[in-house]
Write a protein that binds this ligand. Sequence first.
Ligand code: BGC
Ligand code: BGC
Length: 844
Amino acid sequence: MTLQISYRCFFAGWLVLLGTLLGACSANEDIPMSGDTQGQEAAQNISSDTSLYNAEDTAAVEQLLQSMTLQQKVAQMIQGEIKHVTPDDMRTYGLGSVLNGGGSFPNNEKYASIQAWVDLADAYYDASREVSAANAGIPTIWGTDAVHGHNNVIGATLFPHNIGLGAANDPKLIGRIGAATAVEVKATGIDWIFAPTLAVAEDDRWGRTYEAYSDRPAIVADYAYEVVAAIQEQGMAATAKHFIGDGGTYRGVDQGDTRLDLETLLKVHGQGYYRALDAGVLSVMASFNSWNGDKIHGNKALITDVLKGRLGFQGFVVSDWNGVGQVEGCTVDRCAQAINAGIDMIMVPEDWKALLFNTVEQVNSGEIAMARIDDAVRRILLVKYKIGLFDGVKPSIRALDHRVEIGSDAHRQISQEAVRKSLVMLKNNAGVLPVKADSKILVAGSGADSIQMQTGGWTISWQGTGNANSDFPGATSVYAGIKAAADAAGGNVELAASADYKARPDVAIVVFGESPYAEGQGDVGSLSWQQGYDRDLSVLQKLQADGIPVVSVLLTGRPLWVNAHINASDAFVVAWLPGSEGGGVADVLLSDASGNARYDFTGRLSFDWPNRDINEADAGLPVTDVLFPYGYGLDYQQAQNLAADLIEEPLGEVVGLDRIIFSGNTKAPWQLFLGDAENWSVPVTGANAATRKGGLALSSIDRFVQEDARLLQWRESAEGADDASQVYWQSDSPVDFTELRELGGVLSLTYQVATAPKSAVAMRMDCGFPCTGELDMTAAFSQVSAQGWQQVAVPLACFEAAGADLGKVITPLVISASSTFGLKIAEVAVLQTAPSGALLICPE
Ligand code: BGC
Ligand code: BGC
């Protein structure tokens, strides 16, 4: 049964235009549903003779292949990043592909116009076609992470992140989103999308949980088919990523280790791939994670034997960002293991040139077989033929018709529909929802008027940080949506940052939740929200104490343990990361003037919702104590009264006494600032920043993974030693370190001196400046760190002796200098015990 259907789909796809018929095919109810193992059989049978490619293209590719030199072939297998590949490089080397990473734009210009995107696409395309001894003249292909709309482009429609789409559980809607995204991408001259993510996110502590549709395979599999078919119907390539087991790592650690036998791996984490392959997906991205201890990028059994063999994948496999460098024995510019394992296209953003020559050398020496190179290049060329890159039409011409569709009303309406359908109502005591649109409404909370918070990671910048509302032309914040609906019905809305209102409201809608993050920077140790510094909870409790009905709207990339917040709310709605169309929230939450709901809730959890912060039996495993199960979600037809007695006692001593201030990123409640005499408090919101007068510049650099450390570069001030520039971490409210001091606690810093200081360097701990304890660190930092990362630990007592009041520390670390000095920082923490190996010092 399964076999026949699958065969019919592919046969049809082979004959006529792939998309249309596959679309019809997917509607067939007999199609094997995910979650069962039939998908595996079906996929296995595909590997027979049905081809994704027609005879003409196949013949053309064979001919082309025969005319290419080894270097030209290897160049086809390489993908560099637009910051590191100029059109001239493209002309000289004929690279098979370029990508723009998250937060990378033409000319490095965040506000690059659509014309600038298209111009750059044309420049690469034209350059790639110029035949020379090194360049075979094959059209290059540009890939981009359009993971919730064309999210690197200002003004594009931003859809809810995948976790919200999972709650909508509407495959046809997902197809429409895929199509809308594809045309917006095409309109910028780009032909390849690094989506969909088909992760099954099992441990919500994973920083990429929001990129997953669900914590189990069924929805992932259903959606995989629809997204891939929709994107590819537009004559583009989609990417099923990240193969395989990215969502199954131990402790939910990004790029971690997934420990499962092969059959379970495929049964849980493979279901999306079966369906993506059924839809004819043209590329698959290898995953950063390991499988039972081995990096997948070097794993032939999975990439070649399973994916290309058993599953019959006919497209090409692209490696992830410098992922080949993580394979044992490899560097980013030299990795025969990965190519031999079956990687066809190598994403090496910066070091592509060395990779090109090293790989040629490895083929000449026999480390990589020529047949492997031919197989990789053949796969890449077939895809390029299939999507029409050889048709001789420039990207700008192909883009032309679609230009008006970027951020169009029609696309925004699809996104707003998706927002409405993604909302999940967990609580609605006494029918406080829907809120009557003609009432007096207080809209409060950090997320109320923050499009940055509602769009999350992978939005304009990689981490989704550093964006203001003005960076989203055409978008609507949750507050703006509520205000528009209330205004139309004669209601009244007050916006407040906290619980302090001017006029007493009839009801309060409090929008709060996570700040943006991407990849490993979003990993957390426990699911508890703001444990130990309950800023949001205190807003809810204050309003409740005032006798005002409270509706909580949670913006989040994962299910969180928020029992206390649910207890302190009359209604509780999870809005996930809804994207640019915040108006969808008001559509469902606010009635019309006569009190009738305009839209009902249809969203249901595609993840279990936790009743605990960590797993009680084994903190290494996902939480299994479930408050609201998968599939749960209220609507206006159901009356419910949830008692405010949910467990509020945390299991995890995640905070303990140790305070991590910076590790990979700045940890709450701390915030990172730069300052100089012109402005002592410039918040660092993106990957790069500088003080007003320019004496200190900060940039994000890589230690273990992308952008997990910071480089601070001071330059000499013309005004001399009194003109200091500083970097510091600060909290809103004072923190008490006296107990840690009693226990012998230290401030510990993991650093590298990049440039020796030309004059004094000071380290301070401030207790509401001018309350401070200052230490002279010039001697400690005097030498460039020749051996790499170092650790220094300064006893808290030492800061106290220098004048700090440890009972009310607001700024645990300030580093200040007024002349040339370069310092890399990977970790800042206040710890009960100095890390072993750290140099313990107490300078004057
Ligand atoms: C880059 C982004 C890229 C990301 C990939 C970052 O270091 O700045 O452009 O998308 O790494 O993980
Ligand atoms: C991510 C991929 C992404 C790539 C390119 C990587 O760090 O894991 O999902 O496609 O960067 O930006």
